[in-house]
Design a protein around this ligand. Sequence first.
Ligand code: NAP
Length: 255
Amino acid sequence: MGNNSTKIALITGASRGLGRNTAAALARKGVDIIGTYHSNKAEAEETVAAIKALGRKAVMFQLDTGNVASFPAFVSEVRKALKSVWSRDGFDYLINNAGIGVHAPFAETTEDDFDRLMNIHLKGVFFLTQKLLPVIADGGRIVNLSSGLARFSLPGYSAYAAMKGAVEVLTRYLAKELGPRGIAVNTVAPGAIETDFGGGTVRDNKQVNDFVASVTALGRVGQPDDIGGAIANLLSDDNRWINAQRIEVSGGMFV
Ligand code: NAP
């Protein structure tokens, strides 16, 4: 990827969906993977096996990205793995991907729903990135996952989309403040993609699936393969001058 030394990516939520797909897409480009999972250890092990089958190194750690108090212990695990597996003291790419979907009309959104979404999608991204700063190599990159829902509005996503909107603002501030270290920071905002996300509605509910296809310029619903490759390409050296941008990867939803 631009030079001879192997790059290492840390991807949160790499056990399933877009995180796993991104891990595989990066591994195909020669990148090694540090991943996290929340509760699906078996899926996490499948990700490790998939990355190793591609000839790259991979380790996975359990992490609740909504639990800020657990971050210092996580960071020291990451440091240990960097030393023992790679003989390095830093990694190159941070991909803040882990997330959950909560669908609730604004009028019925509870404080619990709001706090859960805020902890995972905003507070967790903010403080995990902060705690990992000393471990991200100068000249590295950060990608924060947002959503098409932060640009267009669909009923039922007010709290979720508000957190993603905040992450898009955070991305620009990180780009500004980390620029002196040569770290570029961008947002990738997928449209609706067929994963387990939000109970797998986009994939499994035919009405929702047809609706998404009908409002998408390319006429179908997104697949994980539509996203992982885009993120891996964004992280390639050819795209090093892209910074502080929001890149929507949605096949043209609601254009
Ligand atoms: P997914 O298939 O449901 O996978 C979610 C991943 O996040 C899993 O690896 C899961 O780990 C992990 N995770 C969930 N809660 C966590 C927590 N509290 N702490 C740490 N990790 C946690 O979802 P996805 O579709 O890949 O979504 C990935 C990202 O893309 C999210 O930020 C989402 O908001 C965003 N996005 C998705 C879509 C879409 O339509 N799919 C569209 C736009 C944006 P376990 O396997 O252990 O549960």
